[in-house]
Design a protein around this ligand. Sequence first.
Ligand SMILES: *Cc1c(COP(=O)(O)O)cnc(C)c1O
Length: 363
Amino acid sequence: MTRLDELPLRADLRGQHPYGAPQLDVPVRLNTNENPHPPSPELAAEIGAAAAAAAAGLNRYPDREATALRADLAAYLSARSGAELRPEQVWAANGSNEILQQLLQAFGGPGRRAMGFEPSYSMHRLLAMGTATAWVPGRRDAAAFGLDASDAVEQVRRQRPDVVLVCSPNNPTGTALDRAVVEAVYDAAPGVVVVDEAYAEFSHRPSVLDLLAGRPRLVVTRTMSKAFALAGARVGYLAADPAVVDAVRLVRLPYHLSALTQAAARAALARADELLATVEAVKAERDRIVDGLRALGLDVVDSDANFVLFGRFDDQAAVWQALLDRGVLVRDVGLAGWLRVTAGTHDEVDAFLEATRDGIGSW
Ligand SMILES: *Cc1c(COP(=O)(O)O)cnc(C)c1O
């Protein structure tokens, strides 16, 4: 067996570990912010039929431009946000992680720097590393994990990064940002500003999609993995000026999005109302988690997403293990004192709250 460190690996990848939450087969899995409600049998059959139709043409490469899917996504975004988005402003890929990677390939890269406001989605930093983009760790306020416009602007002015990544609602804290922060960061930033709206559908704050007009360096990324309950299909997308789409075309792999994925995504989008109907139920469970944990005397960060950050623990890894021992898998995001739990079904949330109540005396 060859060990990894015996290979001629890039120096900056040496000693690193692959990203990923443990995929454990336990009864209650609340660790990756998925929607706990699977597609209905009818919708699953429709997605299957669409995939079967696409399969009949799999001898040919897929539409490299994903034209029909991008038109559907533009129509979906326009209908929900009130912003008028054209298909040329939308780009799709295998999850928004691939979208973010393409953006960093095009606008970051060797000699360039990307900045995020931490704690935030750790993939932003890892994607920067993978694209040889230097990472600049910006900061949120330590008390409530918020970020106000003047603080963000000050950090951006000082660092002048080529790419700024802003996550709203922010993973893992759940904090949604005021749009004024995005406007101010855009005005202060010399380069591209990416707003990661993976959890936008859960938020009480409106999307910043309507800020795209007249802001060619602004990019909004979205995903079908969370509210849309389609994490397994791997579909993410962006909305921006058409020139940004032209830029990511320079770095995307040819035929990156399979015909099966495009067909499945379109079938799901055709039933967007049905898929998003679970959002209110998920938010209700999120609020039940917040109330339940506060009633236990724990610290809980206000959440605008489908997950909750809670603490504080002297040893969050031990609490993570104790919950796992009770059959409940939550996420240790590596933030000292805190754990993150996803809003699951009513029964899953009951199980989580019970396990926490059970264990709390000993933590
Ligand atoms: C889950 C998540 C994503 C989505 O990843 P996909 O590749 O679309 O599944 C993107 N950004 C954030 C902040 C997330 O939490």
